[in-house]
Design a binder for this molecule. Structure first.
Ligand SMILES: NC(=O)NC(NC(N)=O)C(=O)[O-]
Ligand SMILES: [Zn+2]
Ligand SMILES: [Zn+2]
Length: 411
């Protein structure tokens, strides 16, 4: 498992360290192809679906039992780490390979999945993979979307070999999923701080992502007096500062982030007239999250009005907070107890594919510690012993669901 994880990190490895595997790019394609061949070597039936997710199936003898899916995403943020997503993908397929070798055919079908996209790093839409499988994403949603280079999502998809034309709006939707279980790095420092090796996720935070477009008037930096400017960047700067201030005032667990800001045709001797920035707002409570968002946008409008600017906001993502399944979570805890891994329950401040499965089938997540809580960075790291502990916990739980029959009572 550790070796395969290392190999996967070579696809999209950045020369200065870290990994960049954006949806439908060459490194992404190489990684998914490598996973298919690895799954086949492990004796799993493996293939792409219509949008580029990779499945590895270990068929069960009792076809009436709905399959249990386990996996995570293969895409990364720009210059991200080796573990976010990749760990869950590799651990899932190695777990099925191990179960097959050790116990043969299960009763219930188990499937490992490598979702094509979860981060929203290339196109301003996240959960493209799990969203298609669960039916929350459709091809129509992609119609207007392009990456920063202007390549549209549908074009990128077609270039990577996934021509979904004529396959309907939901070409990769799956029905009859028994449960979804995802293993992931924590991306925070709670487990380390509490000296626990395994985290059992209680709930995943809600998340709203917006793009804010600020328009002023570009003009000469030397001849336009300060009082006669409609400076879109100065306005955006005030908006960014206010976002931070309002989030601090709202207090935990609310967080708000401006992660990207772009000055169009920015030049040192021109008053900026055209600025775009992103907003990422999260909270464990849906109404609180919505209320904050409305209050913030109202304030941003006020700033724009006062400065003679206009703003236009586009909501790219709205993921509601989702609770994880109690029965599976208890089974994960029991597995940890059986093998003496200290565990605790905790919420997730990061979004996950499990968030999309939560509303349609019993879903659960297993976390392992992240050293210093660092993630979305080349410095992302998890100790080998912890990676193995998470893997063993997953194997334990999947054994029960695939071979033991306990799942019938739990899900
Ligand atoms: N586990 C993640 O890093 N998820 C990230 N991506 C999504 N889609 O939520 C995020 O921003 O939290
Ligand atoms: Zn991530
Ligand atoms: Zn992730």
């Amino acid at each position: 498992m550790l070796e395969v994880l290392e190999e996967l990190s070579s696809y999209g490895a950045d020369p200065e360290g870290g990994v960049t595997r954006l949806l439908y790019t060459e490194s992404w394609l190489q990684a998914q192809r490598a996973l298919i061949s690895k799954m086949q070597q492990l004796g799993l039936e493996s293939a792409f679906d219509a949008v580029g997710n990779v499945f590895g199936k270990l068929s069960g003898s009792q076809i009436a039992l709905k399959p249990v899916l386990t996996g995570s995403h293969v895409d990364t943020v720009k210059n991200g780490g080796k573990y976010d997503g990749a760990y869950g993908v590799v651990a899932s397929m190695m777990a099925l390979g191990y179960l097959k070798a050790a116990y043969g055919e299960p009763k219930r079908t188990l499937e490992a999945v490598s979702f094509c996209e979860e981060e929203g790093s290339r196109f301003p839409l996240a959960y493209w993979g799990s969203g298609h499988v669960t039916g929350a994403r459709s091809l129509a949603q992609a119609a207007e979307l392009a990456d920063p280079a202007g390549v549209t999502l549908l074009e990128a998809m077609r270039q990577a070999g996934f021509n979904a034309a004529g396959l309907g709006e939901h070409p990769a939707k799956r029905e009859q999923i028994g449960a979804y279980i995802e293993l992931h790095i924590e991306q925070g420092s709670v487990l380390t701080y509490r000296h626990k090796q395994i985290g059992v996720v209680t709930a995943i935070v809600g998340q709203i992502r917006l793009t804010v477009h600020v328009t002023g008037s570009s003009n000469h930096a030397g001849t336009t007096p300060m009082t006669m400017r409609r400076d879109a960047l100065a306005g955006a700067a005030e908006m960014v500062t206010l976002t931070e201030q309002m989030a601090l005032e709202a207090g935990e667990p609310l967080v708000a982030t401006v992660g990207r800001l772009e000055v169009r045709r920015g030049t040192s001797n021109v008053v900026p007239g055209d600025v775009t920035f992103t907003l990422d707002i999260r909270h464990t409570d849906e109404p609180e999250m919505r209320t904050f968002c409305v209050r913030l946008l109202t304030k941003l409008e006020e700033i724009a009005l006062r400065r003679g600017l206009t703003i236009e906001t586009v909501e790219n993502l709205h993921a509601s907070p989702v609770a994880m399944h109690e029965g599976i979570s208890a089974a994960i805890e029991a597995a940890c107890e059986a093998v003496s891994f200290p565990s605790m329950r905790l919420p997730s401040g990061a979004g996950h594919d499990a968030q999309l499965f939560g509303p349609i089938c019993p879903s659960a997540m297993i976390f392992v510690p992240s050293v210093a809580g660092i993630s979305h960075s080349p410095a992302e790291f998890t100790e080998a012993g912890d990676l193995v502990a998470g893997f063993q916990t997953l194997v334990h739980v999947l054994y029960q669901f695939g071979y033991g029959g306990e799942a019938d009572e739990i899900i």
